[in-house]
Design a protein around this ligand. Structure first.
Ligand code: 0O2
Length: 213
């Protein structure tokens, strides 16, 4: 490839990643605004933490290769849903749904895909609500819709997913160890779901007593 062509590809890739980053920041801000608003109205924060991550060019390329999708900027924008990721960790399960609804009601947010791994956990026990949305960013001369993956989960779901990610997710493991750890981690996921249910019940009790009094 001639040097001038390489430079062009490099520049376009940088621009594309910058666009995804802007969209990611927009979505992060939307959640921060919702958190502020909610805490004024209800005197508590539904969001425990927000984190963002931009996929590296290397891991974008690996994912496309794994899925047999041609490598190219247009192909990335059409086929990759998680170049920009926003993770919102909430206190309670109903905060997860409340925040997802608030986000999706906004008139500059389009929903492309919703996967509810809370209602239907993955077979390993993983729970989270995943949304793929499109939101506009405003560039010098154009308005461009960008895809962002939003993962919403509770503190208990985050605890499990975080440790699962560190120890096992997408890692090679010998089959015996795989079965042993799968069973154990599935148990832990069930315990964490139970914890969420009980914490939610405590909060419902407190809210209920406030409404009566
Ligand atoms: P990372 O390192 O977190 O970025 P695909 O994205 O195509 O691989 P799919 O079915 O389109 O898979 O996406 P899915 O299942 O909705 O969710 C993908 C993301 O959810 C993952 O991103 C993880 O962040 C998270 N996730 C899904 N399953 C698990 C799990 O079993 N354990 C943990 N810890 N996280 C999970 P990445 O890009 O695979 O990984």
């Amino acid at each position: 490839i001639p040097l001038s062509e390489l430079e062009k590809i490099f520049k376009e890739t940088q621009q594309m990643l910058a666009n995804y980053k802007c969209a990611m920041l927009e979505v992060e801000t939307k959640f921060k605004v919702l958190n502020e608003q909610f805490s004024l109205d209800h005197e508590r924060n539904p969001i425990s933490s927000i984190s963002t991550r931009l996929k590296s060019p290397q891991s974008i390329a690996e994912k496309l290769r794994r899925k047999n999708i041609p490598l190219g900027l247009k192909s990335i924008e059409e086929n990759m849903y998680d170049v920009a990721g926003v993770r919102v960790v909430c206190s309670f399960v109903d905060d997860v749904y409340f925040l997802a609804d608030c986000l999706l009601q906004q008139d500059d947010v389009r929903l492309l895909q919703r996967k509810d791994y809370i209602k239907e956990p993955k077979s390993n026990g993983y729970r989270s609500l995943h949304l793929i949305i499109e939101t506009p960013i405003f560039l010098e001369n154009e308005k461009r819709f960008m895809k962002v993956e939003v993962q919403l989960r509770t503190i208990a779901m985050e605890f499990w997913a975080n440790l699962d990610h560190k120890m096992r997710y997408k890692k090679d493991m010998d089959p015996v160890m795989l079965t042993l750890t799968s069973n154990e981690l599935y148990e832990c996921a069930s315990l964490s779901a139970d914890l969420d249910r009980r914490m939610q019940a405590v909060r419902d009790m407190i809210e209920g007593s406030k409404n009566k009094g």
